[in-house]
Design a protein around this ligand. Structure first.
Ligand code: ZN
Ligand code: ZN
Length: 412
């Protein structure tokens, strides 16, 4: 018997370094994780450099590597991936940006980079789509609201470059700089010009919008200015299904991750109640994974939250949230062996660093055909003794394809 399906579960930023508040243990080692430990005992374990030893991965570059799309060949910045995750269908050549709705005062200073953490900005985005006109420049655009104060922009046209600066002042009480080309290439100058025109026109529309007048009456900061960043040119991604012969879905509340899944052709399955944060409905997410495996050959799922705690430098909160994740994963214990289950992190987010680090992450593969090793604990040190030893992120798909008999023989 050979396994047929794959559940690829990424526990975002779950791995760490020894933490002072935990007697020199990592949050994962300090946590009680009976479910992850049992899966480790039933599988083959190892550690993994998601990109390469010593490289600090972003969540975007590491997920691309894990899916077998090496970021050095495919990564063109966060903007196009966020735009795709926000609901803009990106095609090759479009220039994508991440945007914030922000508040600007009468003196032209940005007073709140998130416009009071506004939500429900769809009417504002609709007014921008309706009113902004870049046709004089020969450029079209797409603009969509994301969660909270977030949004995404894509520019469409010939001869557009992506080497442009941001207008985010990065602080409050500062006047936003204009967007500038970062090279002598006329294509970059054209993009910068289009951005500045888009920002100018959208600010006029936002200032006059009834939703903002209402916010002012209520004493709330109006969302009257857009900050653009993360410019990138959308590339061409060979479709996952053609590449691997597998149908697939992505389950993630983070638009960056769902965007990556979508650009390679995975179907995004939204799960109500999931937030990409520590208050997410993880039971619903795990149910959705198992449900989706009935329809598809491959499911990529991402659980965030532990990453956040790492960025906050809060080792206790991280340990506690890992225990919440572990409890939510209990249904995976009864996952049929003919589904290959991969569990790993996309990078370490050590509390002492408060950012991502290059420390390798633990990984377990469980299912039919796996040579079960003697590791019975899912943590950074125990997994290092497992049978996978030390692999790279780009090795996961080939290993999994071999286990499900979708590999081709190299040679005679
Ligand atoms: Zn991540
Ligand atoms: Zn992170």
């Amino acid at each position: 018997m050979i396994a047929e399906k794959v559940l690829f579960l990424v526990l975002d930023g779950i791995s760490d370094r020894p933490c002072e508040g935990l007697d020199g243990q990592t949050p994962l080692a300090a946590a009680e994780t009976p479910v992850l430990d049992r899966l480790a005992a039933e599988g083959i374990c190892g550690i993994m450099d998601t990109i390469a030893p010593g490289i600090r991965p972003g969540s975007d570059t590491s997920h691309l590597a894990l899916l077998g799309y090496p970021p050095q060949d495919y990564y063109t910045g966060r903007g196009p991936l966020e735009a795709e995750g926000t609901g803009i269908h990106m095609t090759a050549g479009m220039i994508g940006f991440r945007c914030n709705f922000a508040t600007m005062d009468e003196d032209g200073l940005v007073t709140d980079r998130r416009a009071g953490r506004i939500s429900g900005t769809n009417p504002l985005s609709a007014a921008i789509r309706e009113g902004v006109d870049l046709s004089a420049l020969g450029i079209g655009f797409r603009f969509e609201s994301g969660a909270g104060h977030r949004a995404a922009l894509a520019l469409i046209g010939e001869d557009l470059g992506d080497a442009v600066s941001s207008n985010d002042p990065k602080g409050e009480g500062i006047s936003p700089p204009p967007i500038r080309a970062c090279s002598d290439d006329p294509a970059d100058a054209r993009t910068a010009q289009a951005c500045n025109e888009f920002i100018r026109q959208s600010a006029e529309i936002l200032a006059a919008h009834p939703l903002n007048e209402k916010r002012l009456q209520e004493g709330l900061p109006p969302a009257n200015f857009l900050l653009l960043r993360g410019a990138g040119k959308m590339g061409a991604f060979p479709p996952f299904q053609e590449r691997y012969g597998l149908s697939g879905s992505v389950i993630s509340a983070a638009t960056l991750i769902s965007g990556i899944g979508k650009v390679v052709g995975l179907e995004h399955i939204p799960v109500p109640g999931t937030t990409g944060s520590v208050d997410s409905d993880l039971d619903a997410k795990v149910r959705a994974m198992l449900e989706e495996l009935r329809r598809k050959d491959f499911v990529l799922a991402n659980i965030k939250g532990a990453d956040e705690a790492g960025h906050d430098g809060d080792a206790i909160q991280k340990r506690d949230f890992i225990e919440v994740i572990d409890a939510a994963l209990e249904p995976l214990l009864t996952l049929s062996e003919d589904t290959i289950l991969v569990i790993c992190a996309d990078h370490s987010t050590p509390c002492p660093v408060r950012d991502h680090s290059a420390d390798p992450v633990p990984v377990v593969i469980r299912g039919l055909g796996v040579r079960v090793d003697r590791t019975a604990r899912f943590d950074e040190v125990s997994c290092a003794e497992g049978g996978l030893h030390r692999i790279r992120g780009r090795d996961v798909m080939p290993i999994v394809l071999d286990l499900i008999n979708k590999s081709h023989k190299y040679g005679a």
